[in-house]
Design a protein around this ligand. Structure first.
Ligand code: XMP
Length: 526
């Protein structure tokens, strides 16, 4: 099956290759390089030189790793990478590896230089030049590895040392090969970005060619090259950022030859489906098909209480509805999907990265649909998707949309789902979101939503005893949803939300606020 690959455009965009040895910051390094305006692609550490060469890299970065170069099974790169004249920057393990491979000596150091460490610079040019990182040749870097370089390889100089005389940076100016003991990409290394930029611009001689606009031009050209003549491409819309950006790109590239299908499973937030439909109808030139499948999904979910079973049913039903509609159109050859870069690299090819995130995304469509895939966002990180979306003119309501699970409110109604419960939750959730927005707090939160629990409790309404459900409010701060902290929302705000929910939705007996972080909890309740 033909894929929309990051590298098949023939574009002149410069690339830096990051060989990933499984370091915890590999993804962050790639993002930092891209933020500097240079396209960076992660490849598995053992990628053969012949494949790396095809990328025509302007530079190669060797990442960190939990491994030690002493280990018998230590991950190694193709030694040819050192011999081709391409500038190299080894970070942490990457430095130990290149130092050992090129004839230097690496030893196990003491644990005394973990975390933030100061060091002095012997040779500022070119890696440390003009760096805000330096103050009178003193600087501060974040170290996280016990191994260290005892003796640099022949041809290398020590560029910087710590107070304990540990080698903090080495370089061979002739061969343009450099190594850093510390991590320039992390927040704890102030000015570390300048070091990365010196590598990119002073050493690799890159220019800033990676911008949202250049990405859009390339992506549109690639889509046109792929979807030719009278061929048509279909795209499943969910109202989320990724599928919306794909839709706008397709629309720009092939206009009326794009068919957009919005499967409305009825599990979106209050009024969301209508907003999405209106936006797409207004902005897209391609054919837009809105399928109201709410009743069909509710029927399938009737009486189902197990969360994973709900997810499975919704996922399968989504595929069934999409398939019926897409196949009935007859003349469609391509399917566009919003796969993004973390999805691509999370398939785990780096050393030690055996853990693969379990995907419970409803929009994922199976290969057997028989379409060829167009995946224009395969090379983008999430924040880059937003930048591209903004350049394409997507409204803030879509770009700033908080993450929303594919199975929607079905996993926020604990236990069986029904039309009545859906309506009740939609109302409570809308009140909570409205008050958060009014308080100007939405930008500070990762997600905020209401959950309809399956607990009924006693309350008093007017003079009467009332027996009804508990609504839980959940608001979290997070960087990436892997971990999350419960948000310290102002008590006045919580009080107002509680009063409005119990006042405006008579059935609700009680409102509680979830004060559990992730871990041990998850963000969603199911
Ligand atoms: P948890 O609940 O695992 O959620 O802490 C982490 C992030 O993933 C979202 N989430 C989902 N997204 N389908 C999705 O597309 C799902 O089934 C699903 N479950 C959780 C959740 O909203 C949070 O952002």
């Amino acid at each position: 099956m033909e894929r929309f690959l990051a590298d098949d455009s023939g574009s002149l965009r410069e690339k830096v290759i990051l060989l990933d040895f499984g370091g915890q910051y590999s993804m962050l390094i790639a993002r930092r390089v891209r933020e500097a305006g240079v396209y960076c692609e992660l490849l598995p550490y053992d990628t053969p030189w012949e494949k790396i060469r095809d990328y025509n890299p302007a530079g190669i970065i060797l990442s960190g790793s939990p491994a030690s170069v002493y280990q018998q099974e230590a991950p190694r790169c193709d030694p040819a990478v050192y011999e081709k004249g391409v500038p190299i920057l080894g970070i942490c393990y990457g430095m130990h590896l290149l130092a050992g491979d090129l004839g230097g000596e690496v030893k196990k150091g003491s644990r005394s230089e973990f975390g933030r460490t100061t060091f002095t610079i012997d040779q500022p040019e070119p890696l440390f030049q003009n760096s805000s990182f330096r103050e009178e040749n003193y600087c501060c870097g974040w170290m996280s590895h016990q191994d260290e370089v005892l003796q640099p390889p022949p041809g290398f100089n020590v560029l910087a040392r710590t107070e304990n005389n540990t080698v903090a940076a080495i370089g061979d100016h002739q061969r343009k090969i450099y190594g850093l003991q510390f991590h320039p990409e992390v927040f704890h290394t102030p000015g570390g970005n300048d070091v990365l930029k010196n590598f990119l611009f002073a050493i690799c001689k890159c220019s800033r060619t990676w911008t949202p606009r250049s990405f859009i031009e390339d992506a549109v050209a690639k889509i046109r090259k792929m979807v030719k003549g009278k061929e048509k491409v279909v795209c499943a819309l969910s109202g989320g950022v990724d599928s919306s950006v794909v839709a706008f790109l397709l629309d720009k590239a092939v206009g009326e030859r794009a068919v957009f299908i919005f499967v409305d499973h009825g599990l979106l937030r209050l009024d969301e489906a209508e907003e999405v439909v209106q936006l797409y109808r207004e902005k897209l030139q391609g054919q837009f098909i809105h399928i109201d499948a709410k009743n069909r999904f509710l029927r399938r979910l009737n009486g189902v209480t197990d969360p994973e079973e709900k997810r499975r049913i919704i996922g399968n039903e989504f595929i069934a509805v999409f398939k019926e509609n897409a196949l009935s159109m007859g003349d469609i050859a391509y399917l566009a999907q919003g796969t993004i870069y973390p999805d691509v690299i999370e398939s785990g090819s780096a050393y030690g990265s055996a853990v693969i995130k379990s995907h419970h995304n409803v929009g994922g469509l199976p290969a057997e649909l028989g379409f060829e895939l167009v995946e224009p966002l395969r090379e983008l990180f999430k924040d880059e998707v937003r930048l591209v979306g903004s350049e394409l003119g997507l409204p803030a309501s879509i770009l700033k949309r908080q993450p929303f699970p594919g199975p929607g409110l079905a996993v926020r109604i604990i236990g069986a789902v029904s039309a009545e419960k859906l309506m009740l939750l939609q109302k409570a959730d809308a009140i909570f979101r409205q008050e958060i927005n009014n308080a100007g707090l939405s930008g500070e939160l990762w997600q905020f939503f209401a959950v309809l629990t399956d607990v009924n409790v006693v309350g008093v309404k007017g003079d009467d005893r009332h027996y009804g459900p508990v609504i839980a409010l959940r608001a979290v701060v997070s960087e990436d949803a892997m971990t999350a902290d419960w948000a310290r929302l102002p008590h006045d705000l919580l009080e107002k939300v509680s009063a409005r929910i119990t006042g405006e939705i008579p059935a609700v007996a009680r409102v509680v606020y979830d004060i559990t972080s992730k871990p041990p909890a998850t963000i969603e309740w199911e």
